[in-house]
Design a protein around this ligand. Structure first.
Ligand code: ATP
Ligand code: MG
Length: 625
């Protein structure tokens, strides 16, 4: 078995914008190296590669022989089983398969591996299609769709089984499951031949047809390949090809009561579709000899086209601070720990989308990890870094006050002649993109500021608001002067508290003539600038501050129950105020809230009249270790 689950590196303290891809220390390849590219490039140069034929749709050897030269220079596939929602690990596989096809002038098939009856559901099929499209990939190439269902190949799979039986390469085994297990042997002991192994091809064929025709009970017998019970590779000790299972299949209904095993079905699916490079994760490495054995024999029998697909294994992508096993994800949903499969803390593609991760950021993360022969643990901070890289240059900026406290400018009426006066202010939607336009908002006598932008007694190095300080010698140091960003400089003069001593309002005086963008803007030097929103034009909004769901990088390490390391602050909902430019925004729009991070209007609960913003990530990695 391939080695798995190396200890994750500590969370990175690197500044944002510089993702350092944490690759397994044992991996010799440089970051983002992709050994599959070298293989593809070699194959593209190999003699006869451009003589491959494709029948225009999946099919047997004759179908493809009658077809035209394949216009796709390579064929890859992403083959999900439609029994759950896709997660970040699947995104890795999608980006790899579709990305390599794109880069080398090939085609990637989206194939639903629906050979296992009962477990598949249309809901998952639809969700997978939506997720792959959202990630930015397409299986429609030059007007042809390459979306396939493996269950459409059941007839061929059965035909291939009869051919193997006839050729003496497969037999019906009537041992009980216990006998089969006992006779398989183990790593140190060769297996023992089944008493049914020497039955004649004619007898085997009769039995196989009886299996197909529902003349035997579920589990009474199986079809096995006839390879070598003493093989050092246990997967070659006469693996099972077909089992009897009376189950209704979501697309073939009750037509079949025998179903192929995954290890038999998968190589055939690849061959019928003329896949050239069949990429899978490392745990399938030991299956490759059977993959090759099966396809070589089916090609010799004239059933599948050459050249045969080749299987290549790459390391799984694991992301720190998440769990990706379907069972554990299901438990999170079922136990109400999260709100559903698309909860913004879930590592499902629907969850990540709702959280605000962009397709480009996920693709960058996948491409940045390349492909190697070891499973990798990727630091969650790397994914966040990819998101920041993507959004930095394009997300409109906005001011938002997440923990609002009022600031009153006590000399306002005196300076402007009226307590109703509103001073118009503006700011670029994006500092590097003037073409994105300007935001407009007003400064009035009352504004909302962040509660922690004020301190009664400022700690050392605190450059935001604090009131005048009485010194030991009785002298008074004046209150701080700060700029209200894009507005004017104010000088803190005092504060008010409630009966419990909690600050209810900060008092300050506006310094006339200091407005940003005017000649006098620099007349008063300040050490601090704070964000704010005018009380008169603030838009109330719900802001949900999402954070990692777990406090440990490997929540389920060493068999630990992941419920023990849930982050109690993974979802904090606050009532905030945002600037008026954000009134009426649509769902699924990204913003950078200045000083706070990246946010997105929630796909599900956002309403124009009741906005909801999700925090995707902060501006800096706050988990640096
Ligand atoms: P799981 O067993 O974790 O629930 P799965 O492998 O059963 O996932 P499939 O639907 O069979 O899910 O996966 C589709 C493809 O995605 C497979 O080719 C599989 O190898 C790949 N894949 C799944 N998880 C990862 C991962 N963590 N990293 C890379 N590829 C992955
Ligand atoms: Mg699987």
């Amino acid at each position: 078995m391939a080695q798995d689950h190396n200890i994750p590196p500590k969370p990175s303290g690197k500044p944002p914008g510089k993702p350092d891809f944490k690759v397994d220390p044992k991996a010799s390849a440089a970051p983002a190296a992709n050994f599959l590219r070298a293989i593809i490039e070699r194959d593209l140069q190999s003699p006869g590669w451009d003589q491959r034929r494709f029948g225009g749709s999946p099919g047997d050897a004759a179908h493809h022989a009658a077809g035209a030269l394949d216009v796709a220079r390579i064929r890859t596939r992403f083959p999900p089983e439609p029994n759950g929602y896709l997660h970040v690990g699947h995104a890795k596989s999608i980006c790899l398969n579709f990305g390599l096809a794109r880069d080398y002038g090939g085609v990637c098939h989206l194939r639903f591996d629906d050979t296992n009856p009962e477990k598949e559901e249309q809901e998952f099929v639809d969700a997978i299609i939506e997720a792959v499209q959202w990630l930015g990939f397409d299986w429609n190439v030059n007007g042809a769709s390459h979306l396939y269902n493996a269950s459409a190949y059941f007839d061929f799979m059965y035909r291939a089984a009869e051919a193997l039986v006839t050729a003496g390469l497969a037999y019906v085994d009537e041992q009980t499951p216990e006998q089969m297990r006992a006779n398989r042997g183990d790593f140190n002991t060769p297996g023992t031949n089944s008493p049914w192994r020497e039955r004649s091809p004619a007898d085997n064929l009769k039995r196989l047809r009886e299996m197909r025709d529902a003349l035997h009970a579920d589990g009474a017998m199986v079809l096995r390949a006839r390879i070598d019970m003493a093989s050092p590779n246990i997967n070659l000790r006469d693996p099972t090809l077909y089992r009897i299972k009376r189950a209704t299949h979501h697309s073939t209904g009750n037509r079949w009561c025998i179903y192929p095993m995954y290890t038999y079905a998968h190589p055939i699916e690849d061959a019928l579709e003329c896949i050239t490079h069949s990429m899978c994760t490392l745990e399938f490495e030991d299956q490759r000899p059977f993959y090759d054995w099966l396809l070589e024999h089916l090609a010799q029998l004239g059933l599948v086209a050459r050249p045969l697909p080749r299987q290549y294994e790459f390391g799984r992508l694991n992301l720190s601070y998440v769990v990706t096993s379907k069972r554990k994800l299901r438990a999170l949903v079922a136990e109400g720990i999260v709100s559903g499969w698309d909860d913004p803390r879930m590592p499902t593609l629907f969850g990540m989308r709702r959280r605000g991760f962009t397709p480009a950021s996920i693709r960058a993360m996948a491409d940045g990890t390349g492909a190697s022969k070891t499973n990798i643990w990727l630091d969650y901070a790397v994914l966040e870094g990819c998101l920041r890289n993507d959004l930095e240059g394009q997300a409109p900026r906005a001011m938002a006050v997440l923990d609002p406290m009022p600031l009153r400018l006590t000399n306002w009426a005196q300076v402007f002649g009226s307590a109703e006066h509103i001073e118009p202010c503006h700011a670029p939607a994006h500092p590097q993109h003037p073409e994105m336009g300007e935001r407009h908002f007003g400064l009035g006598p009352q504004v909302w500021i962040e509660r922690d932008d004020f301190a009664i007694e400022p700690p050392k190095g605190f450059f935001r608001l604090f009131p005048p300080q009485m010194q030991a010698d009785g002298s008074v140091v004046p209150g701080s002067k700060v700029r209200l960003k894009y507005g004017m400089v104010v000088e803190c003069t005092g504060f008010e508290t409630d009966a419990q001593g909690r600050v209810t309002q900060v008092l300050a005086q506006v310094l006339p003539g200091t407005k940003s963008g005017t000649a006098g803007a620099d007349s008063v030097k300040v050490k601090g600038t704070i964000t704010w929103v005018g009380v008169h034009d603030a838009v109330p909004a719900t802001v949900v501050l999402y954070d990692r769901l777990f406090t440990e990088a490997q929540p389920d390490a060493g068999g630990r129950d992941f419920r023990e390391v849930l982050n109690p602050r993974s979802r904090v909902e606050v009532q905030a105020f945002v600037e008026p430019a954000l009134a009426g925004v649509a769902a699924e729009r990204h913003y950078q809230f200045e000083r706070h991070g990246y946010f997105i209007t929630d796909r599900v609960s956002h309403r124009v009249e009741a906005p909801v913003f999700n925090r995707v990530t902060t501006l800096k990695d706050s988990w640096g270790g």
